[in-house]
Write a protein that binds this ligand. Structure first.
Ligand code: NAP
Length: 248
């Protein structure tokens, strides 16, 4: 009997796969049997080595989403993909009254416009081939909450949740399932400053029902599920992986 949680033979591209959540997703998908195209603006050699050392299959691809159209064009050179994970993201903080237009544009380009163009490029290929596929976009708690001093990030992540549902409406009939995963507070480079501030760390931990920060591997598990046959009837959803934060 085939294992509905395996994705052997599938070809998966993960953006921002050099570090943090993206690296864990790449390792997770490879562990479930996929060939992984680890894509990023920084070298993904460490990720590829970790996958190959564990007996998996991977390659790296240079992809800078600061120019979203150029980034999406690179997707064409990634071979016929079965799975796309849009993980790359940036955050810029400032009071909204002082927020710089350039910061707004930079964040929206990487976090939202690039997601749109990458999904579009992936779907065009999958629809022409008639193969179907899986897209998983990395959303955020700020796909649901407002946050403070991060207007572009909040707008972009609300947009990611909306686009995920729209794409599911348009492409599920073509066999392309489109979902998002919304990570809670995850221990990555991105959150080192928060974890090292005893006051903020205490405030955050006291609100997480699970009582701990998430690991990047927690996100990888959910993404792998959404790429596997086991989730074949799941599309258009945003799966919160937050230790219960949003239930509070
Ligand atoms: P991270 O360690 O800062 O990783 C971000 C990734 O995005 C890096 O690989 C980064 O590459 C890549 N990236 C940034 N700009 C790029 C560009 N122009 N082109 C290509 N790649 C680019 O952060 P993380 O915590 O793993 O976050 C990954 C995703 O999860 C993001 O979408 C983030 O918004 C989301 N998220 C994280 C948390 C959390 O608690 N950590 C919570 C909610 C959502 P470089 O290394 O080259 O900069």
């Amino acid at each position: 009997m085939s294992d509905p949680f395996r994705i052997d033979g599938k070809r998966a591209l993960v953006t921002g796969a050099n570090t943090g959540i993206g690296q864990a997703i790449a390792v997770g998908l490879a562990g479930a049997g996929a060939h992984v195209v680890a894509a990023g603006r920084s070298s993904c050699a460490e990720t590829v080595a970790a996958i190959v050392d564990a007996g998996g299959s991977a390659e790296e691809l240079t992809l800078d989403l600061a120019d979203p159209a150029a980034g999406a064009a690179v997707l064409e050179s990634a071979g016929d993909l079965d799975i796309l994970v849009n993980n790359a993201g940036i955050i810029r903080r400032a009071d909204s009254v002082d927020y710089a237009e350039a910061d707004w544009d930079d964040v929206m380009d990487v976090n939202l416009k690039a997601v749109f163009l990458m999904c579009q490029a992936f779907a065009r290929g999958a629809i022409v081939r008639g193969t179907g596929g899986r897209i998983v976009n990395i959303a955020s708690l700020l796909s649901f909450q407002g946050g403070i001093r991060v207007p572009a990030y909040t707008a972009s992540k609300h947009g990611v949740a909306g686009l995920t549902k729209l794409f599911a409406n348009e492409w599920s009939a073509n066999g392309i399932n489109v979902n998002a995963v919304a990570p809670g507070y995850i221990a990555t480079n991105n959150t080192t400053a928060l974890r090292e501030d005893p006051k903020r760390n205490g405030e955050i931990l006291s609100r997480i029902p699970a009582g701990r920060w998430g690991d990047a591997a927690d996100i990888a598990g959910a993404v792998t599920f959404l790429c596997a046959p086991a989730s074949g009837y799941v599309t258009g959803t945003v799966l919160n992986v937050d230790g219960g934060w949003l239930a509070r």
